[in-house]
Write a protein that binds this ligand. Structure first.
Ligand code: GDP
Ligand code: IMO
Ligand code: MG
Length: 430
């Protein structure tokens, strides 16, 4: 098994970007397969910070190709802005090092506006979305009225598609008291952006097949996390795509065996942005301390992330759902200096013990964590690159987590910097 898939195993922001960047030293191709610019993946390389949303984290490495698969929803305006931003940091993105699936769905300004209208409405469930138009774009994809990347190359047929799409959207917009969206304005905006996007459009399923035949190593980069998966997450407080590892195959046009070793990225504590249940959330000074030490502010929206203790019951569940082979445990250094650490091992829901989080908003909201308490450590784990550098209690904490989640720890990350990683098991060696 030469290939690997990286996914988030909690509510996102686990440190996927850092780990994908680290692994990409030995990958030829890095593929995004779901989500869109709701993602914010941070890479820190010799002190320089790169923030990527739509671009696969591999583009920062010379010689590594980035692919945006058909499972991604692509906002062409946001993509160009991101390319411009990263060009200022010296990273050139060209059709030589980036391909975009011609059958990927576009996020349009109407999607973003609808997302914001819904989130701002007085009625309905507020999700706390990133307001990037992700949900509305996936709805139109499933509703078979979406526009796709390839449509940008076909001005003669795109007008009818725009009309069809806007018939639907304008009816919705009227319900929110918003003006109708003008078809001509949308056509003009898309035609302006088209020449910048179409050179990247490719049958990426075919390119990936050829890469595989040529013995190239492919790394799939997930966005969000399993608890935000539209099937398996804390519905309805989720994103609108499947974030589990199986989506790497569907969202890129590869077979189910292509995903290879599945590496789940797991933060040594828990965070969440937006609304929804969070059993181990700490609304006290400990939660605040985790947030401050971990710099827990959203990369995309700047919102403060909610923080809490590690939830082993929940992570065990997400690892099984996603078929994870091993995990990268990140941000262990953030736990330096705590006297004691708590780990959730099960829940009490209305007096009954559960070793998993059942579906259903009421059950999830009522889940009270059952904790195991461990001692903290006085030494530091920051920037450690070998097991031997870790205080004994930190080793105990990692080993106990490994037991509780029934999955091996393949990597431990001890700072934001690219090379501050302890390697226990090489994901590329299966
Ligand atoms: P992603 O969305 O999963 O890629 O994660 P984000 O980039 O949104 O958030 C993770 C944050 O933690 C980023 O600011 C990273 O630079 C940082 N980070 C990643 N790994 C570590 C680590 O091991 N220790 C510390 N202190 N920070 C880390
Ligand atoms: P990365 O890839 C954390 C959350 C939003 C909201 C919910 C739905 O950086 O880990 P959406 O805009 O997708 O419709 O919002 O999902 N969310 C994320 N939270 N990390 C992310 O991505 C997220 N992408 C979406 O905050 O609760
Ligand atoms: Mg993030």
């Amino acid at each position: 098994m030469a290939d690997a898939t990286v996914i988030g195993a909690q509510w996102g922001d686990e440190g996927k970007g850092k780990i994908v960047d680290w692994l990409s030293a030995r990958a030829d191709v890095v593929v995004r397969f779901q989500g869109g610019h709701n993602a914010g993946h941070t890479l820190v390389i010799d002190g320089a910070v790169y923030k990527l949303s739509l671009l696969p984290s591999g583009v920062v490495r010379k010689g590594c190709k980035g692919v945006i698969g058909s499972g991604v929803v692509v906002d062409p305006f946001a993509l160009i802005a991101e390319m411009d931003r990263i060009a200022e940091q010296g990273v050139e993105v060209t059709p030589e090092n980036l391909s975009i699936a011609e059958n990927a769905t576009l996020i349009l300004p109407v999607h973003q506006e609808l997302d914001a209208l819904r989130e701002g409405a007085a009625t309905g469930v507020k999700i706390g979305t990133t307001k990037r138009g992700i949900g509305p774009a996936y709805e139109d994809k499933a509703g078979r009225r979406g526009l796709r990347v390839i449509d940008l190359a076909q001005p003669e047929t795109i007008r009818a598609k725009i009309d069809n799409l806007l018939t639907h959207h304008n009816a919705l917009r009227r319900g929110f008291g918003a003006d109708d969206y003008d078809a001509g304005a949308l056509f003009d905006a898309l035609m302006e952006v088209a020449p910048k996007i179409t050179p990247f459009a490719r049958p990426v399923w075919r390119d990936l097949d050829e890469a595989r035949k040529a013995g190239k190593r492919i790394l799939f980069e997930g966005a969000q996390g399993v608890l935000l998966d539209v099937d398996h997450g804390t519905y309805p407080f989720v994103t609108s795509s499947n974030t589990v590892a199986g989506q790497a195959a569907t969202g890129s046009g590869s077979g189910p065996r292509a995903v290879g070793y599945v590496l789940g990225i797991v933060k040594a504590y828990t965070t969440r942005v937006g609304e929804g249940p969070f059993p181990t959330e700490l609304q006290d000074e400990i939660g605040q301390r985790l947030g401050e030490r971990g710099h827990e502010f959203g990369t995309v929206t700047g919102r403060q992330r909610r923080c809490g203790w590690f939830d082993a019951a929940l992570v065990r569940q997400t690892l099984k759902i996603s078929g994870v082979d091993g995990i990268a445990l990140t941000k262990l250094d953030v736990l330096d200096g705590f006297d004691e650490l708590k780990v959730c091992v099960a829940y009490d829901i209305n007096g009954e013990r559960y070793d998993y989080l059942p579906a259903g908003m009421d059950n999830q909201a009522a889940a009270k964590p059952i904790y195991e308490t461990m001692s903290g450590w006085s030494g530091t784990t920051e920037r450690a690159r070998s097991w031997a550098d870790l205080p004994a209690e930190a080793v105990k904490y990692v080993r106990r987590i490994e037991e509780l989640i029934e999955t091996q720890v393949a990597l431990v990350s001890t700072s934001p910097e690219r090379d501050d990683v302890i390697l226990m098991k090489d994901p590329f060696e299966g």
